[in-house]
Ligand binder design. Structure first.
Ligand SMILES: [Fe+2]
Ligand SMILES: [Fe+2]
Length: 405
């Protein structure tokens, strides 16, 4: 199996240095540079896959008996998921949060823009990098709607399907669309970022797509999105709090409005997965373990600006240091979901052997991550970690200090 996995996943072209990530935590901690060898790291990964079950394991979720669950759940989704969407007339729109040139007139609009620029002038570069990274992530929405439409049994077959699942996905996408729009317009008006570089990054990211394990399985997909929605809720919420501390109340309001949407989306996806845990606990917990063993990779991990070959890792490190999204947040999300879905309370009698192993693995994972956090904290307490200055093209190549491990 190891050999066939290696054939399907040949070694990447030799690069002198590559960033590596923690196997149990997010890619947002510190960055380690290490030599990659085909017989070393790749072989170890192949063996790890063999130990954890084959990559084909998730294909069992595409069998008709598993997918029929979602047909049966459609009336439930109609009653419990679709109502979580807000009609366009009631929802906030970017125009509500930014100066309106039509009503303010030329002078009023100019004054309002000067006000935005004055407040944004107080934002530290690290905060701007986080804000741009968040905005770039939101702007790659075409990839996320495509992702949802790869989930078997719940996808939008015609593009205007009337099923509850399809209407949810379109409504969710419409709400998400406002997030990138409002952040993009704010950053444009702020005058603090190199918009061409930011736009190039968005262009590249949409072209590159996103990484998602078990991409066609709705079980795995909904788990991934539930995790992501909570991650974005935390990230935008923290960005709002920091913006307020730095005196930019307009930005705090924008990020706060986005965070509130993400919270509602989190509720929807958490509710869907919760229902799966209720009717198929064995299938649900095995899918959760599958996703956690491979780590939840942030949807913008393929971002590039054409300058920094480790852009995503660098953005992640800045977000960690600025307390916008940290390793502890990753663990906290997992702990929250374990609680929400009652994973610890799953009774052994209702689970297969593999299901019991999956439950035990998932429930032990937060503690493992916590120990890694403590070790990292201890290392930095004993010996100051070296910092390096990373220039970000998004902010005209001004450098931001990042701690290296
Ligand atoms: Fe969003
Ligand atoms: Fe969302």
């Amino acid at each position: 199996m190891a050999a066939s996995w290696l054939l399907k996943h040949p070694c990447p072209p030799a690069r002198p240095w590559t960033s590596t990530r923690n196997a149990t935590g997010p890619q947002l901690i510190t960055i380690t540079y290490r030599r990659t060898t085909c017989t070393g790291r790749s072989a170890a990964v192949a063996v790890k896959h063999q130990e954890e079950g084959t990559d084909d394991e998730w294909l069992a979720y595409l069998e008709p008996a598993k997918l029929e669950v979602f047909d049966q759940l459609e009336p439930w989704a109609e009653a419990n998921v679709v109502p979580l969407l807000k009609p366009a007339e009631v929802a906030w729109q970017p125009a509500d949060l930014l100066p309106d040139p039509a009503s303010l007139g030329a002078d009023g609009f100019h004054a309002a823009c000067c006000d935005i620029r004055a407040r944004a002038a107080g934002l530290p570069d690290a905060h701007l990098v986080c804000l741009v990274g968040n905005m770039v992530t939101e702007e790659a929405l075409p990839s996320y709607q495509s992702m949802a439409n790869r989930f078997e049994a719940v996808h939008d077959l015609t593009g205007s399907s009337g099923t509850a699942w399809a209407r949810w996905t379109r409504g969710w996408s419409a709400e998400e669309n406002r997030h990138g729009d409002v952040l993009n317009r704010y950053l444009y008006l702020s005058g603090r970022v190199d918009m061409r570089q930011v736009e190039t990054t968005i262009h590249n990211l949409i072209r590159s797509g996103m990484v998602l394990n078990a991409a066609r399985s709705p079980y795995h997909g909904f788990i991934y999105v539930a995790f992501q929605e909570r991650a974005t809720f935390i990230s935008h919420g923290n960005t709002a709090r920091r913006a307020k501390e730095h005196g930019d109340v307009a930005l705090a309001r924008i990020c706060g409005a986005i965070a509130a949407d993400e919270k509602r989306h989190e509720l929807a996806y958490t509710r869907i997965v919760g229902k799966l845990f209720e009717i198929d606990p064995d299938g649900a917990v095995r899918a959760l373990a599958y996703m956690m063993r491979r780590r939840i990779v942030m949807p913008a991990s393929l971002m590039t600006d054409g300058h920094d070959s480790h852009l995503f890792a660098h953005y992640g490190a800045v977000a960690h240091q600025a307390s916008i999204y940290t390793a502890s947040d990753y663990r906290g999300i997992l702990e929250h979901l374990i609680k929400q879905w009652g994973v610890e309370k799953l009774v052994a009698a209702g689970l297969s052997d593999e299901g019991r192993r999956a439950r035990d693995y998932v429930c032990a994972l937060p503690q493992k991550i916590r120990r890694l956090e403590e070790k990292a904290h201890e290392r930095s307490r004993q010996k100051a970690q070296p910092t390096t200055s990373i220039p970000f093209s998004w902010i005209f190549d001004r450098p931001v200090n990042i701690t290296m491990a």
